[in-house]
Design a protein around this ligand. Sequence first.
Ligand SMILES: [Zn+2]
Length: 411
Amino acid sequence: MMEGLQPLAALWGLPGRAGQASLKEENDLPRPFNGRLRLGAGPVLESSGGVAVDLPRATERGAISLETLEAWSTYLMTEAYATRTVRSTSRVLRAYYRVRPFLPRQLQIVLRRMHARARTGRSYLTWPIDGTFVALAETFLALFLESIGGEGQVARRWPPGFRGALVLTHDVEGVEGQRRCSDLADLEAKNGFKSSFNFVAERYPLDRDLMLELQARGFEIGVHGIKHDGRKFSTRAIYEERLKALTLYRDAWKSVGFRSPATHRRWEWMHELPFEYDSSFPDTDPYEPIPGGCGTPWPFMLGDLVELPITMPQDHTLWEILGTGALTTWRAKLKWLLGCQGLINIIVHPDYLTTKSRWADYEAFLRDVREETTLWATLPRDVARWWRMRSGDREAVRLDASETVWKLIFG
Ligand SMILES: [Zn+2]
């Protein structure tokens, strides 16, 4: 799956390249410092993710080849940088999930907070915003355009007229959450939105009438795992057994989308999920049980599966782990995503909508995005279908290159 992956050529719908640079050392990947990514001493590309890229001088440009940029972005997208961290914590995590049912809720939160604090210190990506991937992607496009005379056509990220996409998603963790789904759907409908609700197949008594009613109202139903016990990716045998069960529930519920419980994921296995799309990779999130992130604010293909990265900071992190309101952080990330034409993919768990102020946070967010007329507010399955088919839909892009400053101009 990692062999020959070229995330940037795929993103822009450009032909892949024969040579593949490989990345040996973690240190090979340059990191932005104070908002600057230093690749050389040439002109500056102001990337839309807020990072200024110091490009190599014309005479040195060969040193940062398009292949190198692909290798760096692969390293980020596949979370190869986190492999060691993930392996070392997976034993601790498994132990945690085994004892969790017996722990009081408050103690669970304390343990999660300790875990989170230990993570943020050594996280590779910054949170809640990391512009590295966007910087690499736009550097790639700029250098490519320079090599073909400064003008070209790339695959549209969004349908004509839109500069971003928005999907509202909900993972239903238990009966309490399930009981709040109708109110949540009402709130969204009142503001002109539809959303997707992901249910766990065998964790709590499912309200099938509710699911059918939501679908009848135009909401989407997705699968949020079979048991939510953190064991799906633990062995090949368990994974294969769960895949069979997932297929049955997918068909019974007429679902096409999947969200992994606790955003557990394993790059090499994910493409086998029997769905049209998966939405389990955060772009950046040091607070999840598996810390890390794929770095990209845009969807991507994972084999035949479309991946819709979770790009908004998690309600659980803001409300329960950090104990702050969510709105300020959501607004900051929303603004950033609009700036780089990203996918705005938010999870709100009905289970955590336990106070008036949390409902108010979400309603204020809905009112904010309602004002954004260039945003394609739709269901995850529609974004996935668009992304799969979009490559033939092109838009013009031009490199505006002066001696000192480079800019990409779309459309
Ligand atoms: Zn969950």
